[in-house]
Design a protein around this ligand. Structure first.
Ligand code: B12
Length: 219
């Protein structure tokens, strides 16, 4: 399906989806996602044009105190739930044995973007081990030693966590000197965070499109 067609289909349902999300109607949200899947809308379009777009909008309403924390929490839970609906698409592709470990740093509780990254790896036939929010670095090191991935990705939302990220990258690089590391996430969008990769094995990849380029080049 052409991207313009999928965006058109999503645009048609977006307002209904967003209203259902804000009023906590999980069933209605899931039905809309199922409808889009039924039309063959690709996973990445649903992730970006429905889930990311609506959660960014939730963030704006939350920031301006137009909705409560409770409403934001329900919207987050519904979004995480809806992402699981797409699992049959994600795991349908043949797996190549390539592996990626994806994690949020300690004190980073925003995990939806990182989960999307893990799902994109799976969609392209990699095993995407997603560690979720607030992962202590010692546990990350342990898992990396066990799984021996081809790449480790960090997702960062809060600029205030940049120091923690740099510490994690440093610790990981000391223990696994040749391990390719990708950092990405909202903290780096718009050039707000000056990130200078500390070594040639570390790179900044902020979008799912750029991630797909990385996967293509390394598959
Ligand atoms: C849900 C949410 C929460 C939830 C998160 C729960 C969860 N399960 O994830 C909770 C309640 C925990 C939370 C807490 C806080 N939050 Co909050 N949160 C949000 C909200 C509304 C949505 C986040 C989200 O899911 N976005 C959708 C995903 C898909 O977007 P994404 O993360 O950007 O990911 C995309 C890309 O960045 C990329 N990507 C992400 N990671 C990576 C990694 C790689 C390697 C690659 C290639 C790509 C990539 O891929 C994704 C698809 O494009 C945002 C609003 C927003 N603008 O996002 C605020 C927001 C991020 N939160 C904010 C704030 C301030 C906080 C708190 C500090 C609030 C507080 N006072 O307590 C705390 C901090 C907690 C912590 N220590 O982490 C601010 C951040 C402002 C800033 N710029 O620093 C925002 C922007 C809200 C706002 N407008 O003010 N939050």
């Amino acid at each position: 399906m052409k991207q313009s067609d999928s965006n058109e289909l999503i645009d048609k349902v977006y307002v209904n989806y967003f209203n259902a999300l804000l009023s906590g109607q999980r069933q209605a949200c899931l039905a809309i996602v199922e409808e889009l899947m039924g039309h063959g809308v690709p996973l990445k379009s649903i992730y970006l044009s429905l889930f990311e777009r609506s959660m960014y909008a939730v963030g704006e309403l939350w920031e301006s105190n137009s909705i409560s924390v409770a409403v934001e929490h329900i919207a987050t839970a519904i979004t995480e739930n809806a992402m699981n609906l797409l699992h049959p698409m994600i795991f349908a592709s043949e797996h190549s044995g390539r592996k990626a470990v994806i994690s949020c740093v300690a004190n980073e509780y925003h995990q939806i973007g990182g989960k999307m990254v893990a799902d994109i790896f799976e969609l392209h036939g990699w095993d995407g081990y997603f560690l979720g929010a607030n992962t202590p670095v010692k546990d990350l090191l342990h898992l990396v030693g066990e799984k021996k991935p081809d790449v480790v990705c960090f997702s960062l939302t809060l600029i205030s966590n940049l120091g923690v990220l740099l510490d994690h990258v440093d610790t990981l690089s000391c223990r696994f000197p040749k391990m390719p590391i990708i950092v990405g996430g909202q903290a780096f969008v718009g050039g707000e965070t000056a990130f200078v990769p500390p070594s040639s094995s570390v790179q900044l990849v902020v979008s799912l499109d750029a991630l797909e380029n990385f996967i293509d080049q390394n598959s």
